[in-house]
Design a protein around this ligand. Structure first.
Ligand SMILES: NC(=O)c1ccc[n+]([C@@H]2O[C@H](COP(=O)([O-])OP(=O)(O)OC[C@H]3O[C@@H](n4cnc5c(N)ncnc54)[C@H](OP(=O)(O)O)[C@@H]3O)[C@@H](O)[C@H]2O)c1
Length: 324
């Protein structure tokens, strides 16, 4: 009789704080049609993992209202191809890959299964830990700064986090004047990344008393659309990628109208998945033109501590989990 192979994983069977995570032996997944089994070398943590752990904001429960349908988190994975499923043509065992496995997750484990379409070959110039920091934050920062350019005043709300750290550097490369907003402990970090001005969100409100911005990239929306309209110059553009459900719904509805009638554009940035959206940033990083900041690396038995570091806002740069 065939014995199912097991692996170690950090499992969260209910929503809650880091204390709900426990290390367990679970059955090893296998690659289905169009899927790749990846032996994990590194998985970086995104705010979306914290949201998936706590089940908040509400959209984090789309994959299971009462309890997580996928009880192993971790979407930004990097590692070696262990096996490929039927129909996979781009990869073979032994390839070094990385990608954003947002739909299936499972990166806080020794092995994870991902659709072939979300993976790319890892650049030789990057370590697995470095590559794991790029997929989700890379796509958000590339899309979020696409309209930046010389003489544009860009404000990034939540700029000291994983996506923001890349967004500041990308916007500076494009010649924009960048203002970074985050908590007081991240002001020097944002300056070191190139931010021209920094604002501590616990002491100052960027929507009041500051000259208006041409572009606002909001990683953590929680204000009214009227505050965003006030902070925008005429012809300006506001896009949020995350935040409270209430704020995002208001941006989608009232914001779109309020923007239009006042000559501004207010909306939600839907982040597209797939290598095309993060590989350009990986190339810049491998060439040494954009820096990757890894705050700390944790073992698989320390995922709870790693998640707490991100969720409690102590990380300067990306936090990475390595199963080895
Ligand atoms: N639209 C999509 O398709 C899509 C896909 C994936 C992810 N996302 C979203 O993208 C967002 C960015 O994720 P990330 O991984 O870059 O997050 P992150 O690393 O946690 O960074 C967010 C930063 O915002 C700061 N912050 C918290 N509250 C703030 C406030 N009121 N004002 C200003 N800054 C504040 C945090 O600092 P503290 O330390 O003080 O908390 C942190 O430094 C998340 O909201 C995620 O849900 C969207």
């Amino acid at each position: 009789m065939a014995v199912a192979r097991e692996m170690r994983a950090a499992v969260n069977e209910r929503y809650g704080g880091p204390e709900v995570l426990r290390l367990a032996d679970v059955p090893m997944p296998s690659a289905g049609k169009g899927q790749v089994l990846v032996k994990i070398a590194a998985t970086s943590i995104n705010l979306s993992d914290w949201e998936g752990l706590t089940g908040s904001p509400g959209y984090a429960r789309l994959g299971g209202l009462r309890r997580p349908r996928r009880p192993i988190l971790g979407s930004d994975i990097a590692g070696w191809v262990e096996a490929v499923g039927e129909g996979v043509t781009r990869f073979r065992p032994g390839d070094e890959v990385y990608g954003d496995n947002l739909q299936l997750k499972g990166g806080f484990a020794e092995y994870a299964v991902a659709p072939e379409s979300v993976l790319a070959l890892k650049p030789h110039g990057l370590t697995f830990a470095e590559a794991s920091t790029l997929p989700q934050a890379g796509a958000i920062s590339m899309l979020g700064t696409a309209k930046a350019g010389p003489r544009k005043r860009l404000l990034i709300n939540g700029a000291g986090g994983g996506s923001g750290a890349f967004a500041i550097q990308l916007a500076k490369r494009l010649g924009a004047h960048v203002t970074g907003v985050d908590n007081g402990g991240k002001l020097d970090f944002m300056r070191s990344l190139g931010a021209d001005e920094v604002i501590d969100y616990q002491r100052d409100d960027f929507t009041r008393g500051h000259p208006p911005y041409d572009l606002i990239l909001d990683l953590v929306a929680h204000r009214s659309v009227f505050a965003y309209r006030r902070a925008l110059a005429r012809g300006g553009r506001y896009r949020c990628v995350g935040g409270t459900v209430r704020s995002m719904l208001r941006v989608l509805t009232i914001g779109a109208i309020a923007g239009k009638v006042t000559g501004r554009s207010i909306g939600v940035l839907v982040v597209k998945e797939g290598p095309a959206h993060f590989e350009p940033l990986a190339e810049l990083c491998a060439a040494g033109e954009v820096d990757i900041h890894i705050d700390r690396t944790f073992g698989l038995d320390e995922v709870a501590d790693a998640m707490a570091r991100v969720g409690e806002g102590r990380a300067l740069g990306k936090v990475v989990v390595t199963p080895g």
